[in-house]
Design a protein around this ligand. Structure first.
Ligand SMILES: [Zn+2]
Length: 298
């Protein structure tokens, strides 16, 4: 049924190719240089895990990606399958193995053009790369049905095939963080956004343009002059402030030490903010004690 839905929406336009951690779906057409793109994907995923001192997941089996099929991808609660509606042949994409756990393979939905991505995803397409777990895509009402079908039960990265390394590493850092939390008994969905995005931004910092980095630091200092972490961080500042905070925590605690604080970030973020905000402010050249400006300063 799901495969029929995808086929009905897309005819035979969808193509799939394999990559080391799963499968790449090309909703419009296969990009001109598949090997180059999947090499970049693989490097970005490895870098996201290596930044935190972890080896990347390993495929639990070998498989052959069908060269031609007419159908779609099933993202079930147990596995990911490529289904050919004509022959009824199903190809199972093997799960991954990591920290003695079985992980879903990652389904990368790669658009070769931004306009096609906007058609398919609407407002969801405003960023260059997004990582989704399971049903997250369903929170975007204008996303096409097939994205929800593919995304259900899967780990899904939605991006354009020319997304920069920074965006790809950021996306896979979300993958690492959520899998690490689930393997460690921490509920990743209770982490504050500033920690989610800060972790992803810290992970991809080395791939960032240095001009960006300078402007970001200025923006963070301006933010911290007017705001305290305990009042929350707005959506516009969550990336830059989060990156600055997480980088400071890594400097102070090390990567492993930072990961150890994640459980406390889910249960008592106020305690951690009281503990770490003064050092963070000092690292920005500001007074250690935070005195917020008047209400509504952002
Ligand atoms: Zn993010």
């Amino acid at each position: 049924m799901a495969a029929a839905l995808i086929a009905a929406t897309h005819g035979t336009d969808d193509s799939v190719t394999s990559w080391v951690y799963g499968v790449v779906v090309w909703p419009d057409h296969v990009g001109p240089d598949v090997g180059h793109f999947t090499d970049r994907l693989t490097a970005a995923a490895k870098e996201a895990f290596a930044f935190w001192g972890y080896a990347p997941p390993e495929a639990a089996g070998v498989w052959e990606c069908p060269l031609e099929y007419a159908g779609g991808l099933h993202g079930g609660s147990a596995d990911v399958r490529i289904v050919d509606d004509r022959s009824a042949v199903e190809t199972v994409v093997p799960p991954l193995q990591w920290m003695n756990r079985r992980l879903f393979p990652v389904v990368v939905i790669a658009f070769s053009g931004g306009w096609r991505m906007r058609d398919a995803l609407g407002t969801m397409a405003t960023l260059g790369a997004r990582f989704h777990f399971g049903s997250a895509a369903s929170s975007y009402p204008d996303a096409e049905d097939w994205v929800r079908e593919v995304g259900r039960g899967c780990r899904t990265m939605i991006c354009v095939s020319y997304a920069g390394d920074e965006l790809l590493i950021h996306g896979f850092a979300h993958w690492f963080l959520a899998e690490w939390c689930e393997a460690s008994g921490v509920n990743p969905w209770r982490l504050p956004d500033v920690i989610h995005e800060g972790t992803a931004e810290a992970t991809c910092a080395s791939a960032k343009d240095s001009t960006d980095t300078v402007w970001e630091r200025r923006a963070v200092i301006d933010w911290a002059k007017r705001n305290c972490l305990s009042n929350g961080v707005g959506a516009a500042s969550v990336y830059a402030v989060g990156k600055s905070l997480v980088t400071q925590l890594i400097d102070e605690l090390g990567e492993a030490g930072f990961l150890e604080t994640l459980a406390a970030w889910t249960s008592s973020p106020d305690v951690l903010i009281a503990q770490y905000e003064p050092d963070w402010r000092e690292s920005l050249g500001l007074p250690r004690e935070c005195v917020a400006a008047s209400d509504g300063s952002g």
